[in-house]
Design a protein around this ligand. Structure first.
Ligand code: NAI
Length: 465
C-alpha cells in the first residue's frame, strides 16, 4: 500500500498549489522542501521580496521627486536597514501563510532534499543527515529554476550578485552594472536606481525585454532612460573581475569591434534562469532532461509512469502564476479530472514604474505567424485619471482579428498595468471581441477607461483622443 497518493518535490508556487488542490480533492499528500521555509524562489528570494523593495523604493522616489508638485513638502531620508526589515517581515508572513495552508489542506511537509530512487519512491535527506523514505502512487517534480550563469562572470554574492544577492545589498551602490535587460534586471535595477545608484544595463540584443511587444519595449526603454537608467544595447558581457572596491566588466559589441571595460561598485547578473533538475535522481526512472535541463512532458506526464512535472522545470514561461495553473491542472489530471491550461492566456508583468503588462500575441508574433490583425491604441496622456495623477506615460494597445474581432493580444504600459491586464485575460478566456470591451461601461475616472478607448479604436471610434 502506498503511503501517499502524491509526493511533491519543491514547495514553490507550483508545489504548494499542487498540495492545496490535492488536499481539496482528498488525495493524501506530502510536500518535500529543503529550504528552511516554504514558498520557493517566488516568496523567499523572487517575486515577493522584489515587490516589497519596488513598492518602498517607488514611494521614496515619489517623495523625492513628485510630492512637492502635489503640494507636499518633505525631505525623505533613506533607512535601508528598515526597508530591508519590512521586506523580511512581509516574506516571513507569506511563508508562514503557506505553512498554514499546508496544514489546512493536510499536506505533510517533509523537510529535506528529495531524490527519486525508483518508481513511486522518494528519499528525503534532512539537514542533519536523517533519511526518510516515502512510498507514493504519484510524484510531482516542482523543483523550479535557478539563475543562469555566464562564463567569465562568477557570482560571489559580494560584489557580483544574482537576483538573490541584489535583494539584500548592504549599501546603496554608487554604481551598478546590470547584465541583461530582462524583467529581473529592469526591476532590481529600478530599485537601486531609485535609491541613488547609477545603473547601467548591458544587453546582448538591440532591444530590451525580449518577448515584449516591440512598440511597448521601445516606449518602455525611453521612459526608463528618462528616469536615468543607462542602456548599452547590442553589447555582450564576456567577463567580470571582482576586487575589494568594485568590479571591472568586459563588454564587446555584438556587431564586432574593440572590447571596453566598465567599472562599478556592484554587478547584477540577470541573463535568465534555468530549470533546477540536477541531483533529483531522474536517471533512476529513465527521465533524461533536455540540453537546457527542462523535463519533457505531455500534459505534465513525464516519460516515466506516475511521475509528473510542472512549473519552471518544464517548458513554457518561467512565471509563478504559470506554475500555479500547471499545479491545478496536473493534480486534476492525477485525480482523473480534465485539467487544462491555456498558455496563450498567461499574462506577463514587469513591476517597474510605469508597469508593463501584456497577454496574448504581440504584433511581431502575429506578423511572424502570418495572422492578420487590426489594432486600437489609446495613450494615458488622454486619460483623465492619469492626467490628474500626473502619471500620463504609456498607452494601451488592443490587437484583434479583422474578421471576427476576437481579441488576439493586449499590451499596456502605465501605472497599475499589472492590475489592468486581468480584465483582458478574462475577456480573452471568454473569446471576447474588442467590441465587447468597447461596449461595456467602465468606471470613471479610472485608468481602465483607457483600455476601453483602445478597444473602441479597433473599430475606429475612440471618443476621447
Ligand atoms: P530574461 O530571459 O527575461 O532576460 C535576460 C536578458 O539577458 C535577455 O534580454 C538576454 O538577451 C540578455 N543576455 C543574455 N546573455 C547576455 C550577455 N552575455 N550579455 C548581455 N546580455 C545578455 O531573464 P531574467 O530577467 O533573468 O528573468 C528570468 C526569468 O524570471 C524570466 O523567465 C522572467 O520572466 C522571470 N521573472 C519574472 C518576473 C515577473 O513576472 N515580474 C520577475 C522576475 C523574474
Amino acid at each position: 500500500m502506498a503511503q501517499y497518493d502524491i509526493v511533491i518535490i519543491g514547495a514553490g508556487p507550483g508545489g504548494y498549489n499542487a498540495a492545496i488542490r490535492a488536499g481539496q480533492l482528498g488525495l493524501k499528500t506530502a510536500i518535500v522542501e529543503m529550504g528552511p521555509t516554504l514558498g520557493g524562489t517566488c516568496l523567499n528570494v523572487g517575486c515577493m521580496p522584489s515587490k516589497a523593495l519596488l513598492h518602498a523604493s517607488e514611494l521614496f522616489e515619489a517623495a523625492n521627486k513628485d510630492f512637492a508638485g502635489l503640494g507636499i513638502e518633505v525631505s525623505p531620508k533613506l533607512n535601508l536597514a528598515q526597508m530591508m526589515a519590512q521586506k523580511a517581515e512581509s516574506v516571513a508572513a507569506l511563508t508562514k501563510g503557506v505553512e498554514y495552508l499546508m496544514k489546512k489542506n493536510k499536506a505533510d511537509w517533509v523537510k529535506g532534499r528529495g531524490r527519486i530512487t525508483g518508481p513511486g519512491q522518494v528519499e528525503v535527506t534532512a539537514a542533519d543527515g536523517t533519511v526518510t523514505k516515502l512510498d507514493t502512487r504519484n510524484i510531482i517534480i516542482a523543483t523550479g529554476s535557478e539563475p543562469s550563469g555566464l562564463p567569465g562572470v562568477s557570482v560571489d554574492q559580494q560584489r557580483i550578485v544574482d537576483s538573490t544577492g541584489a535583494l539584500s545589498l548592504p549599501v546603496v551602490p554608487k554604481s551598478l552594472i546590470v547584465i541583461g535587460a530582462g524583467i529581473i534586471g529592469l526591476e532590481l535595477g529600478s530599485v537601486w536606481r531609485r535609491l541613488g545608484a547609477e545603473v547601467t544595463v548591458v544587453e546582448y540584443l538591440d532591444r530590451i525585454t525580449p518577448g515584449m511587444d516591440a512598440e511597448l519595449a521601445k516606449t518602455f526603454q525611453r521612459g526608463l532612460t528618462k528616469q536615468g537608467m543607462i542602456f548599452k544595447l547590442g553589447a555582450k558581457v564576456t567577463g567580470a573581475k571582482s576586487g575589494k572596491s568594485g568590479v571591472e566588466v568586459t563588454v564587446e559589441p555584438v556587431a564586432g569591434g574593440p572590447a571596453e571595460t566598465l567599472k562599478a561598485d556592484y554587478v547584477l547578473l540577470a541573463i535568465g534562469r534555468r530549470p533546477y533538475t540536477e541531483g533529483l535522481g531522474l536517471e533512476s526512472v529513465g527521465i533524461v532532461p533536455d540540453k537546457r535541463g527542462f523535463i519533457e512532458t505531455d500534459h505534465f506526464r513525464t516519460s516515466a509512469p506516475g511521475i509528473w512535472a510542472l512549473g519552471d522545470a518544464i517548458h513554457g514561461p518561467m512565471l509563478a502564476h504559470k506554475a500555479e495553473e500547471d499545479a491545478v491542472a496536473c493534480v486534476e489530471l492525477i485525480a482523473g479530472k480534465a485539467g487544462h491550461v491555456d498558455y496563450n492566456l498567461v499574462p506577463s508583468v514587469v513591476y517597474t514604474a510605469p508597469e508593463a503588462a501584456w497577454v496574448g500575441k504581440t504584433e511581431e508574433q502575429l506578423k511572424a505567424d502570418g495572422i492578420a490583425y487590426k489594432s486600437g491604441k489609446f495613450p494615458f496622456s488622454a486619460n483623465s485619471r492619469a492626467k490628474v495623477n500626473h502619471e500620463t506615460d504609456g498607452f494601451v494597445k488592443v490587437l484583434a482579428d479583422p474578421v471576427t474581432d476576437e481579441i488576439l493580444g493586449v499590451h499596456i504600459l502605465g501605472p497599475q498595468a499589472g492590475e489592468l491586464i486581468g480584465e483582458y485575460c478574462v475577456a480573452m478566456a471568454f473569446k471576447a471581441a474588442s467590441e465587447d470591451i468597447a461596449r461595456v461601461c467602465h468606471p470613471h475616472p479610472t485608468r481602465s477607461e483607457a483600455g476601453r478607448q483602445a478597444a473602441m479604436g479597433v473599430e475606429g471610434w475612440t471618443m476621447q483622443a
